[in-house]
Design a protein around this ligand. Sequence first.
Ligand SMILES: Nc1ncnc2c1ncn2[C@@H]1O[C@H](COP(=O)(O)OP(=O)(O)OP(=O)(O)O)[C@@H](O)[C@H]1O
Ligand SMILES: [Mg+2]
Length: 379
Amino acid sequence: MAGVAFKNVSKIFGKDVKAVNDLNLEIRDKEFMVLVGPSGCGKTTALRMIAGLEEASLGDIMIGDVRVNDVPPKDRDIAMVFQNYALYPHMNVYDNIAFGLRLRELGGFFWQITHAAEAKKIKQDIDSRVREVARMLDIEKYLARRPKELSGGQRQRVALARAIVRKPKVFLMDEPLSNLDAKLRVQTRAELIRLHRDLGITTMYVTHDQVEAMTMGQRMAIMRDGVLQQCDEPEKVYAYPANKFVAGFIGSPPMNFIEATISADGTVGNDDFRLPIPEGNPAKGMAGTGVWLGVRPEEIFDAAIPSGVTPTAANTIKALVDVMEPLGHEYVTYLKIGNTSMVASIDKDTKIRMGEVGTFCLNIDRVHIFDKETEVAIR
Ligand SMILES: Nc1ncnc2c1ncn2[C@@H]1O[C@H](COP(=O)(O)OP(=O)(O)OP(=O)(O)O)[C@@H](O)[C@H]1O
Ligand SMILES: [Mg+2]
């Protein structure tokens, strides 16, 4: 078992493509870390550097206490699951899972003849490991089938089994669920969480899906243009995003951002509405400053429906309801307050209808304020 760390790691392709820019990140021993960010932000490159498939241009890659920059991939004791896993089409499921183990642990044909007893023991050990992993992933029934006789989800599980069976020090997964349909993705997501809980193998999991990052990661690291933006537990990232980018990336529908100013009376807002700045927030003392006001859709409530927020003069606004999209448990509601637009997630029991003016209250303790220029959170 071992943790993994990036120490001031950069990867520069060609002359000037900085795919990863001075990355400092530690994945603790036995931790499930999710690396998330939009396409092209450097996730795969970071993962490939741990695996040794890509050389770091600068900095140190650590596995446990060992700097592995110069250790060849096969000696790093890592298993990687890619988005486009390739199973051997001519082998059945059993052999697909066992193949790597046989290659690594058994000698050649003549060795097996001259060391018959030893070879037999290794084969038995491989057999019980293959069956154990197949049972864990619920593919025991398919061990004799070829990959083409399996569904996409079953094939995905075979690819996972092949990686797990090696019991590596570190697991690297690059969007392993992306070619599964929505239902299977949710199911396999839960399986992976359970597997991690049972095996406790240090895991770095890459995705561009913020829901996957939120639900799977013990911690999550958010990258943008090769630069790490924030690394923390999902709840903390959601509640205290470090900057406007992270705030907009995590959460669905995304956070509303409103161009606003700070007033001497301790409020933040624009000509359409103003809200009191939460107690203790340094923005209170920054009168005249231009900022971004961030409001999550789920922190806006129909004032007529009891919620955790008591409507007061300070936290209540009137808004024209432009569009309402029913999702069953709530309405995604598009509001207009003068020239300001906001999206709100409104309880299914609301009596407010499209085209009406409704009264809404906001959880002002949960509004976010970001510096206009640097976009860094002020709190
Ligand atoms: N071999 C390469 N040569 C030059 N540029 C590369 C190479 N590999 C990746 N890049 C560039 O490095 C950046 C990061 O790529 P990377 O594959 O790490 O992104 P990613 O976050 O995994 O994106 P995605 O979500 O689309 O998989 C991109 O701008 C990409 O074009
Ligand atoms: Mg990628």
